[in-house]
Design a protein around this ligand. Structure first.
Ligand SMILES: CC(C)(COP(=O)(O)OP(=O)(O)OC[C@H]1O[C@@H](n2cnc3c(N)ncnc32)[C@H](O)[C@@H]1OP(=O)(O)O)[C@@H](O)C(=O)NCCC(=O)NCCS
Length: 182
């Protein structure tokens, strides 16, 4: 039987810095969120592919909160590393910071978690290396990912078309600004 290989999160570390040009701005003069999402996807791809030694695809993104707007002329740095590995999937945590070049002020703009899946040349999913957890931060990130995956799976089952019974939620609708007209 082939031995499982293990790698540390450091082996997945990617840092990408990009200068925010005027062409990336939206109508209000701030950097377009879609452009930042594209940089995040690229960074997650690089991190997961580096870790797994396979090209990866983005399976899903767990929440993107834009905490601070990014200005034209700022330097944006994206830091990524693998937080969790499954069989063929990995969760890549990404932190986005902007830096004002003249003042040096650094702001946290965004943190997000990208689920990436490793594929072979035929497009089939492939096993990824195991993760060596050697510090509390990596342990915390791994456990957070497990919890998120568990919650995602539970939600998927609870709200599947086969399982969903509207009557079970009557008590909830009373609290919300809706009128059921089924
Ligand atoms: C994501 C994808 C690989 C899943 O393929 P699949 O045939 O459903 O594969 P499986 O059910 O065997 O799942 C493979 C792994 O992906 C994970 N996965 C599947 N869907 C997922 C999702 N929505 N979010 C997170 N992980 C997911 C599974 O949990 C599994 O993980 P594991 O191997 O670590 O246990 C496939 O749907 C795909 O290629 N999607 C298109 C991806 C793409 O084009 N992305 C770019 C869009 S811009």
């Amino acid at each position: 039987m082939k031995q499982n290989t293990f790698k540390s999160a450091d082996d997945s570390s990617i840092v990408l810095t990009e200068l925010m040009l005027p062409i990336y701005a939206n109508f209000s003069g701030k950097i377009h969120g879609g452009f930042i999402l594209s940089l995040m996807d690229k960074t997650a791809f690089a991190s997961a592919s580096k870790f797994s030694s396979h090209y990866c695809v983005t399976a899903s993104v767990n929440r993107v909160d834009f905490l601070n707007a990014i200005e034209v002329g700022e330097l944006v740095t994206l830091k990524a590393r693998v937080n969790y590995v499954g069989n063929s999937s990995m969760v890549v945590g990404i932190k986005v910071e902007s830096q004002n070049i003249r003042t040096g002020l650094i702001r946290h703009c965004n943190s997000s978690y990208f689920s990436m899946v490793a594929k072979d040349d035929q497009g089939k999913t492939v096993k990824v290396p195991g993760l060596i957890i050697s510090n509390h931060t990596d342990l915390r990130r791994f456990l957070r990912s497990i919890k998120h995956i568990k919650m995602r799976n539970e939600r998927k089952i609870e709200f599947s078309a086969e399982n969903f019974i509207p009557k079970d939620y009557d008590y909830i609708f009373k609290k919300y600004n809706v009128k059921l007209d089924l």
